[in-house]
Ligand binder design. Structure first.
Ligand code: NAD
Length: 471
């Protein structure tokens, strides 16, 4: 069998493995696993010189046990129906693990973003949105897209504006999409959310003394080496927060190739070099290889694939040196590849848990759009005043001055970003606890992925039962 099996088949294989540890009727499990609605559309886009190109696009709602469904929109020339279904299914399980009350969805537009100018990308995005509106595949209570590979705040802003134009006077229109710029109803902390979640999740795993003993690593992030594949939204922020926590970045890859330096790479310097020259090549003091896959084989403790799926398969899993594979991307490891990694004594932190920070903060953004109130607005000053009262009381009772640094800390009122980051950390820590609980309660569950799937399937199945779909 080829190393690259179907992505959706791999997701279902993980599902089936986990389902054997649960006691639900087959029919119910079949319903949880199935993709409920798949919409494919094709529309024309005008190219320079007046010619037209037909663009294929999809939106998949995997599970509507909770509404709205939620999931990003991907722009890539590699998108196909199987991939969008797999990603939509992952969203269902992801939302369940982090207790975000949404079903799973995903969108894909089959284009290479570098081949279109800004006006064409805007036209494609608005037309795609119009297609979704026509078929009721978008709306604050129906299906709420977000950014994914190849899309960002700009595209989300076009989507929101198109939706609002078609729904004049609709007070909750902004909640039809998340990952918007802050000026358009976005939330502070969404941009870095997935990467920050990758950091929190990796930190929890690295602090797990049992797991670290199993793979022969000292617990903790401090001093560990890591490599990141892909310097986009997820990869950049994961690298930033891991670097800030005392991990050493020893390898980076982008489309043009791999950069490695065992003595460490300064992330911001590499980013600035790439902005200036258009490539990571010729970065001072580091070794460059024009094959972007080489990053996967760099000697390090933690490998963070944060670009695309199917990067680690049965064809190359034996070349991975890292002991921990932290899946920033969706589906970077094939099922066969993962089996080989486990046999080699490595730990895979699965995507459906590790990169759930994005959807978690998207949920906060959706809540903000529905409530029309910025987090922190009501009580930030109250917290500041309460903090000041504590400082004054301590000084009065002890006769000593509280230091300026401590005073600043105690009197700091939580603003929107503080609230969002705190909610995200709490979510990732809580989700990991549930995964560990699952492993501890069943010694037949060996991998974090099977444990995570078991937690997720259990929740979705229960929710179908509560709906009365399966009396
Ligand atoms: P992005 O478009 O911001 O970044 C992807 C980066 O990967 C780009 O910089 C691109 O140039 C680079 N890249 C492409 N091919 C590469 C290759 N062969 N080797 C190395 N780098 C390569 O996308 P993103 O939003 O960061 O998404 C990345 C992954 O994370 C995807 O799998 C996506 O589904 C997943 N994800 C994203 C989010 C989110 O909030 N954006 C949330 C959860 C999961």
């Amino acid at each position: 069998m080829s190393g690259k099996s179907s992505f959706f088949a791999d997701v279902n294989r993980s599902f089936n493995r986990a389902a054997t540890h649960l006691n639900y009727p087959k029919g119910l499990l079949d319903q949880v696993r199935a993709c409920n609605s798949v919409y494919q559309t094709q529309f024309p886009v005008r190219m320079p010189g007046g010619k037209f190109k037909v663009v294929s696009a999809w939106r998949v709602e995997h599970s509507q046990h909770r509404l709205p469904t939620k999931g990003g929109i991907r722009y890539s020339h590699l998108v196909n129906a199987d991939e969008v279904k797999a990603l939509a299914a992952l969203m269902t399980y992801k939302c369940a693990i982090v207790e975000v009350p949404f079903g799973g969805g995903k969108g894909g537009v089959k284009i290479s973003t570098t081949k279109f100018n800004t006006e064409q990308l805007e036209a494609i995005t608005r037309r795609y949105t119009a297609e979704l509106i026509k078929k009721n595949f978008i709306g604050p209570g129906v299906d709420v897209p977000a950014p994914d590979y190849g899309t960002g705040e700009r595209e989300m802003s076009w989507i929101m504006d198109t939706y609002a134009t078609f729904h004049p006077g609709r007070i909750d229109a902004q909640a039809c999409v998340t990952g918007k710029p802050v000026s358009q109803g976005g939330i502070r902390g969404r941009r870095e959310a997935t990467g920050l979640g990758v950091y929190f999740g990796t930190r929890e795993v690295l602090n797990d003394t049992q797991l670290m003993k199993r793979i022969g690593l000292e617990p903790g992030l401090e001093g560990k080496t890591f490599v990141v594949q892909g310097l986009g939204n997820v990869g950049y922020f994961a690298a930033k927060f891991l670097s800030e926590s005392g991990c050493k970045l020893v390898g980076i890859s982008e489309r043009e190739g791999t950069l490695a330096n065992p003595n460490g790479l300064n992330l911001e310097d590499v980013m600035a070099h790439r902005r200036e020259t258009g490539s990571v090549e010729n970065f001072p003091g580091a070794k460059f290889n024009e094959d972007p896959s080489e990053a996967l084989y760099v000697d390090c403790d933690i490998l963070v694939p944060a670009a695309l799926e199917r990067q680690i398969t049965s064809e190359n899993a034996d070349r991975i040196k890292a002991k921990v594979i932290a899946e920033g991307a969706n589906g970077p490891t094939s099922a066969n590849g993962e089996d080989m990694l486990h046999e080699a004594g490595k730990i895979v932190i699965p995507d459906l848990f590790l990169n759930a920070g994005g959807v978690t903060v998207s949920y906060f953004e959706w809540l903000k759009n529905l409530s029309h109130v910025r987090f922190g607005r009501m009580d930030r000053r109250l917290q500041e005043r309460r903090g000041l009262d504590v400082v004054n009381a301590v000084e009065e009772l002890t006769g000593k001055k509280v230091s300026a640094t401590l005073q600043a800390e105690i009197t700091h009122g939580a603003d929107e970003q503080d609230v969002v980051r705190s909610g995200l950390e709490d979510t990732m820590v809580g989700a990991y606890e549930q995964i560990v609980e699952q492993i501890l309660s069943n010694n037949e569950i060996k991998s974090l992925r099977t444990a995570a799937f078991t937690v997720a399937i259990d929740k979705v199945a229960k929710s179908y039962l509560e709906l009365g779909v399966f009396p």
